[in-house]
Structures are given as structure tokens and as C-alpha cells.
Design a protein around this ligand. Structure first.
Ligand SMILES: *Cc1c(COP(=O)(O)O)cnc(C)c1O
Length: 307
């Protein structure tokens, strides 16, 4: 399960030049051929743990468009173990592209109501699932547990091996905040971390604090979550976002997804424009993957994102 580091690529643009900002992109979208981005980082140590245990399958939770469901299903196929996905909300047929892919990897899907889904971490709910599916290794929604955070620490250790100096800022997009928590823990206060929330609301700061506590890391203070660029919430979009993603791809030949990485980079460019970063700043942004979501997004909203 040894994998190569993801490459770091420098982005050039007239804006970056004008504002004297260096922007580097860590291409975690290229990390693994089947299981891309931060979902692979989060799965890695969980898969190693799972292999040590005497259980046969992995069971996890997610929404119908979840990249984590997709990644877990792909891991099951690639490493040959059964997977079960507990999906929030009623079953809508035909299944969307994410769930069709998950099933094609052999994942068994069970749909539960949103009310029931809220109970998913309660012990008796897990007991009920064990009666139905047999014993399993459970991964939480979004895959964020202590072992996932350990995996995300490697974003930083790798970067330190690849670059001679540490960037001033690390940028990452946030769903559960697990990826960001791993980066904060490993940086130990040495550089600033700026998270871009893909969700509406202010709860993510607290989630990151909890995840840091769970992994027995100090909390540090050199990080912040920006909530200005989610376009109204998870999977919500604005024409400016779509235009940014398509333009970024034309200019840099790098695809971005509309749920996470597109919003983060759109935010970074806007902050650069607004002189949020001092002249001479080096920013390393993590491309957390999520590109599987583009086809589903286009199927829902029309062919907005160029492929
Ligand atoms: C899941 C996901 C995230 C969110 O990661 P968290 O660790 O849950 O904050 C960010 N980017 C992409 C592409 C994702 O698929």
C-alpha cells in the first residue's frame, strides 16, 4: 500500500505576478489511480488497520453524491474486500453516477431516512447493522477519524520533503474538517492554514477543534476557516464559480471540481485580488481531488463544467 508522493505544481497567472504571490498546487488528485485525493489519505491507515483485524468488510456512511462513498467502494474493488454504504435519504432511481459506480465496484447500498441517519453513530443502530450485514469495520461519514487525520498529516511531511522552504500559507477545502485537522496537527504552528468551507454555517471551526482533540493534538491558533466562498452551501453554485473553473482549466490544464476545489481556488484568487496576502507570500493549496463529482454535477445542472 506504499504510494508515491503527489506532485507540487506552480501556477502562473497575471494576477499572481501583479500581486507578487507564489501559488503552488499539491496535486493529491493524482495520488492514486482509483481512489483520488484526500479520501485516499484518509483511507490509507484505516485500510492497514482493517487488514490487521479479523473482520471481512468495511461499512460506511454518506450522502448520495459522496466522494467518500465512491472512494471506499473503489478501495473495496482495488484491494478485494466487501463494502457496505449506508446512504442518507430515500433511494432515487435510476441511481446517480456516484452510486452506480459504487454498486459496480460491488458495494452494497442501504438507504435510510434522514431521521434515521442522524442516529447513525449510536451503538444500538450499529448493532442493528451488524445483525443485518455481519461484523464490519466502520468508517464515519466523510471518513474522518483519528487514523484519517494521521493520513492527512502526510500532506505536510511530503511537502517538506519536496520543497526547500515551508510555504507561508496552506489552503485546503473543508467538508468535515478532517483533512485540515491533519495538516494543522503536523504543522505544529509553523505556517498558517486557511480552510475554505464547502458548507454553510460556522460549525466547522468547532469540528476541527474536536478532531484535533480526538487525535491528541494541541489546538494551535494559526488557522482559520473562511466561509465566504461556498456559494450558498454544499453543491450550490454561481455562474462566476463555473466560469472560474472552466477558465482555470483552459489556462492551467488542471481540472477542478465544483463542490470543493473550485470554490477554494476561486476564494484564493479573490483574496489575492483583495490583497489579503502580503506581497511575497507563498501559498500551497491542496487539490483534494473530487473530480468524480463533475459528471454527476453536469448531469444534474446541465453541461456546465467543461470536460
Ligand atoms: C471530501 C472532500 C473534501 C473535504 O474533506 P474533509 O476532510 O471532510 O474536510 C475536500 N475536497 C474534496 C475534493 C473532497 O472530496
Amino acid at each position: 500500500m506504499k504510494i508515491n508522493s503527489s506532485p507540487i505544481q506552480e501556477i502562473s497567472s497575471s494576477l499572481l505576478q501583479a500581486k507578487d504571490i507564489r501559488l503552488l498546487l499539491k496535486r493529491d488528485d493524482l495520488l492514486h489511480s482509483k481512489i483520488s485525493g484526500n479520501k485516499w489519505r484518509k483511507l490509507k491507515f484505516n485500510l492497514l488497520k482493517f487488514k490487521e483485524l479479523d473482520v471481512e468488510k468495511i461499512l460506511t456512511f454518506g450522502g448520495a453524491f459522496s466522494n467518500h462513498i465512491e472512494a471506499t467502494a473503489a478501495a473495496g474493488k482495488a484491494y478485494n474486500f466487501p463494502t457496505v454504504g449506508i446512504i442518507r435519504g430515500e433511494k432515487i432511481e435510476p441511481l446517480n453516477l456516484t452510486l452506480t459506480f459504487a454498486e459496480s465496484c460491488g458495494m452494497r447500498l442501504k438507504f435510510i431516512s434522514r431521521t434515521e441517519y442522524r442516529e447513525k453513530n449510536k451503538p444500538d443502530f450499529l448493532e442493528k447493522l451488524k445483525k443485518e450485514f455481519g461484523d464490519f469495520y466502520a468508517l464515519p461519514e466523510g471518513g474522518s477519524n483519528a487514523l484519517a487525520i494521521k493520513g492527512c498529516r502526510e500532506i505536510i511531511t511530503e511537502t517538506e520533503e519536496q520543497l526547500e522552504i515551508l510555504p507561508d500559507y496552506f489552503c485546503v477545502c473543508c467538508g468535515t474538517g478532517g483533512t485540515m485537522a491533519g495538516m494543522i496537527a503536523e504543522l505544529e504552528g509553523r505556517a498558517k492554514v486557511l480552510g475554505f468551507s464547502a458548507l454553510k454555517g460556522d460549525f466547522l471551526t468547532q469540528e476541527v477543534v474536536q478532531l484535533l482533540q480526538q487525535s491528541e493534538s494541541p489546538l494551535y491558533e494559526n488557522w482559520q476557516i473562511n466561509t465566504d466562498y461556498h456559494c450558498g452551501g454544499y453543491a450550490k453554485w454561481k455562474p462566476e464559480l463555473i466560469e472560474f473553473i472552466n477558465d482555470f482549466k483552459r489556462k492551467n490544464k488542471i481540472p477542478l471540481d465544483p463542490i470543493y476545489t473550485g470554490k477554494m481556488l476561486c476564494g484564493i484568487y479573490d483574496l489575492i485580488e483583495k490583497k489579503y496576502f502580503e506581497k511575497g507570500t507563498t501559498i500551497l493549496a491542496v487539490h483534494t481531488g473530487g473530480l468524480q463529482g463533475i459528471a454527476g454535477f453536469n448531469a444534474r445542472f446541465g453541461q456546465l463544467i467543461d470536460v
